[in-house]
Write a protein that binds this ligand. Structure first.
Ligand SMILES: NC(=O)c1ccc[n+]([C@@H]2O[C@H](COP(=O)([O-])OP(=O)(O)OC[C@H]3O[C@@H](n4cnc5c(N)ncnc54)[C@H](O)[C@@H]3O)[C@@H](O)[C@H]2O)c1
Length: 285
């Protein structure tokens, strides 16, 4: 359902890989809300993935870019202003990748070259994106820049590995640059901290199925879906949130503020029963 929240606005959506991608849902919703957009992803993702199908469906251009390359990012902003016919009103950074996670390197056995790549792709790319936009004066007053993050930036989650450090840096960049861009051009920068979501990147996290289930049981409203995340992005891109900036906004069904829920406790107790020995003694209590 459209509320015309983004009528007349121009946006860039980075990170739509396939139908499961959060960015994919955001692109669809943004067009539904009246925006005109461009899409961007790595040249290899554009070649191998299904993003061209999305661009055809939404009638928008795909501009390939490696988000670690300032030159590529500058080109995305220049080309987007050209094809959309003016300055940009909203940007989504929906990019994350850890070679350490991919190669099953644990946090106490990190490869440091891989760590540099994790931080560059998943966090520093956000700085590069914003700096490129600012230098080109590519964003309109009260424009809105959003990046997606995860609560592992604040708390330790088994298996999230060096992506936790990347997310902490990403959120810090939103605050540091949010101050400067806000003061000088009234541009807002926020991060949305999303529930575990079954996407290509999400499924790469160790123990994702259990993490997903645990978060769902802990959250009074249940996990937030990718579609619901897209809805939240619409509000953040719209004029309804003009004074929201430098924030990390939880979109997680309440998970981040729950210590223990009834549903999680019930599951935990059932789990304990499974570990009783033949004498009824709990072994792994
Ligand atoms: N899935 C989850 O559980 C979850 C939860 C919270 C936050 N997030 C975050 O949401 C964002 C989107 O991830 P997703 O879950 O939709 O998965 P996804 O795999 O669909 O999207 C990740 C995107 O990053 C792109 N990418 C990787 N390296 C890149 C580079 N060098 N340059 C440009 N793009 C690059 C990929 O091509 C892909 O499109 C990520 O930042 C992720 O960390 C995901």
């Amino acid at each position: 359902m459209s509320n015309n929240l983004l009528t007349g606005k121009r946006g860039i959506v980075f990170g739509a890989l396939n139908e499961k991608s959060i960015a994919w849902k955001v692109a669809e919703r943004a067009v539904e809300e009246g925006a005109t957009i461009t899409l961007s992803n790595t040249p290899v993702a554009v070649r191998m993935g299904t993003v061209n199908a999305l661009s055809e469906k939404l009638n928008c251009e795909v501009i390939p870019a490696d988000a670690t390359s300032v030159e590529d990012l500058e080109n995305v902003f220049k080309r987007s202003m050209e094809v959309l016919g003016g300055k940009i009103d909203f940007v989504l950074h929906s990019i994350g990748m850890s070679p350490n996670v991919r190669k099953h390197r644990t946090y106490d056995d990190l490869d440091y070259n891989m760590l540099s790549t994790t931080l560059d792709v998943s966090a520093v790319s956000f700085h590069k994106m914003i700096q490129s936009a600012k230098k080109l004066d590519a964003i309109n007053e009260y424009g809105s820049i959003v990046a997606l993050t995860y609560v592992a930036a604040q708390r330790t989650f088994f298996g999230y590995n060096d992506m936790a450090d990347a997310k902490a840096l990403l959120e810090s960049i939103a605050r540091s640059f949010g101050y400067i861009y806000g003061r000088e051009h009234h541009v807002r920068i926020n991060t949305i901290s999303q529930s575990p979501t079954m996407t290509t990147a999400g499924q790469g996290v160790k123990g994702m199925n259990k993490l997903y289930d645990f978060a769902d049981r802990m959250s009074p409203l249940g996990n937030a879906t990718a579609d619901e995340c897209a809805d939240y992005c619409m509000v953040m891109f719209s004029d309804l949130t003009k004074k929201v900036t430098m924030q990390n906004l939880y979109h997680d069904g309440g998970f981040s503020n729950v210590g223990m829920s009834l549903r999680a406790m019930a599951t935990y107790e059932r789990g304990l029963d499974e570990y009783k020995d033949e004498n009824g003694k709990i072994i792994y209590g």
